[in-house]
Design a protein around this ligand. Sequence first.
Ligand SMILES: [Zn+2]
Ligand SMILES: [Zn+2]
Length: 238
Amino acid sequence: MNLELKQKQFNSAMELYENRKRYKLFGRFVSIINISLQIYILSRVLTLAIGFWWQIVSVITAYVITDFINGLVHLYMDDNENYESLAGPFIANFHLHHRTPRYHDNNLLIMYFNETGSKMWLVFYLVAVAILFHLPNTNPVLLYTLTYIGILSSIAEISHYLCHNSNSAVVMFLIHIKLLLSKREHAKHHIKDNVSYTFLNGITNPLVDFIAKMFFTGYKKKTDLHYAKYSESNMPRR
Ligand SMILES: [Zn+2]
Ligand SMILES: [Zn+2]
């Protein structure tokens, strides 16, 4: 594909993202839907009792699956160059995370809200889980696990943000006990090519790295080149 054409398409998509209010409004709308659904399924699941050990199983399973799914979505998005599609402005804006060494400092709840708005796939997931609550005889351990996945997917964005922005003792401790994303592991994603896509705690990186190596060509020589002509001064505040 012609590089110059892709760079032009990228810049047009970013122009739309920056100048048309509807894209940012849409992000807020997605946040509100996602968070409402998260509150709904959490309130439903908390009425079910599964005991301490099944809770532990649910949380660990959800952690691993969330890390993996969000890593796969990241992999797919980093490879995506459909700037002229309906989602083009969101795709272009997403690619800019590769040149963001530090994010604008923000309250974690505001970060949770903002970042949840970029997760359109999560709307479909949470609707499906909400429907499951209305089906008879759904396994409660499964419902807990699916609910945790729905919430941890937003927390993964916080983990990525903290990985870039925080050196606080609490965060360093959570990284140390492998609940949050390791700075060294994640740095590979920004420095190298086609690796380290996961961002909850990075536990499934070897698996996602393997899938990336088998089926994807990486971003350094592809989508990273598309924003090369996008002016720094236009960089959205992240
Ligand atoms: Zn990336
Ligand atoms: Zn990053």
